[in-house]
Design a protein around this ligand. Structure first.
Ligand SMILES: Nc1ncnc2c1ncn2[C@@H]1O[C@H](COP(=O)(O)OP(=O)(O)OP(=O)(O)O)[C@@H](O)[C@H]1O
Length: 254
């Protein structure tokens, strides 16, 4: 194994604390929309959390506040033990770059770069050392070990999302935030991507927080929080897809 990117002492301290903590987080958007209303949530390290709820219930706002992409109007967000609100914009950007991986519905790969260059881009941007064994291991792990020199346009949607997952993991983040990671995929590719996320949690003790509309996707997670009107209205451990679908129908979506 290669050297960790943070000091061993910091790693040990981090291991004992949750990956993400939200304490009474509210977010008021201009115009008075209360997108988050007093939300408290703890995501334990090495667990897979899904966030579901009807359109407009606050899922994206929750993800953005938890990932330091947006600032709450009130309340606290702790990421890997650091309170985001206490950091200035430059340090918040650094924290996002070094400690968070993002996976988006639209992959967001750079079309001109090869798979290998897309995956290693976060390290180059951070000026961090390139550990070739780790990169090769990751690319093998996501099934792209033979496709390092391909461009994104030469990959299927599922393969592009696997490359995006490898990129999200390359800096060994404290948390991977995934926003509808299977939204653009057919059922078989979606199942492959979800299976991969699940394995990363089980094998690498990676922490994953995923927003999804798909009950089958959420059923892969350890825990699902269901949102409505900016609040968490349900927390379900290992729910079945059909139980989640029924819950969403009851909330007016499904
Ligand atoms: N920048 C903004 N300015 C004003 N209102 C906003 C802004 N962003 C989100 N909202 C409002 O906040 C509420 C929550 O939005 P959010 O995008 O978090 O919901 P969501 O559950 O992710 O929805 P979807 O499933 O449709 O993506 C909605 O009423 C939305 O219209």
């Amino acid at each position: 194994m290669s050297a960790p990117l943070t000091a061993p002492g910091a790693r040990r301290a981090e291991q004992s604390e949750p990956a993400v903590v939200l304490r009474s987080v509210s977010k008021l958007h201009p115009g008075g929309v209360r997108a988050l209303d007093d939300v408290s949530l703890t995501v334990r390290r090495g667990t897979f959390l899904a966030v579901m709820g009807p359109s407009g219930s606050g899922k994206s706002t929750l993800l953005h506040c938890a990932a330091g992409l947006d600032t709450p109007t009130s309340g606290e967000v702790l990421l890997a033990g650091q309170e985001i609100g206490r950091l200035d914009e430059a340090r918040r950007t650094e924290l996002r770059r070094d400690r968070i991986g993002f996976v988006f519905q639209s992959y967001n790969l750079l079309p001109a770069l090869t798979v290998a260059d897309n995956v290693t881009l976060p390290l180059r941007l951070a000026g961090a050392p390139l550990d070739r064994d780790w990169v090769q291991h990751l690319l093998d792990r996501v099934g792209l070990g033979q496709h390092l020199d391909r461009r994104p346009a030469e990959l299927s949607g599922g393969q592009q999302q696997r490359a995006a997952i490898a990129r999200a993991l390359v800096a060994r983040p404290a948390v991977v935030f995934a926003d509808e990671p299977t939204g653009a995929l057919d059922r078989a590719s979606a199942a492959g991507v979800l299976g991969l996320l699940r394995e990363l949690v089980d094998e690498l003790q990676q922490t994953v927080v995923m927003v999804t509309h798909d009950p089958a996707a959420a059923a892969e997670a350890d825990r699902t929080v269901v949102m409505a009107d900016g609040r968490i209205v349900d927390t379900l451990d290992w729910p079945t897809a059909s139980a989640l679908a029924a819950r969403l129908v009851a909330l007016g979506e499904g």
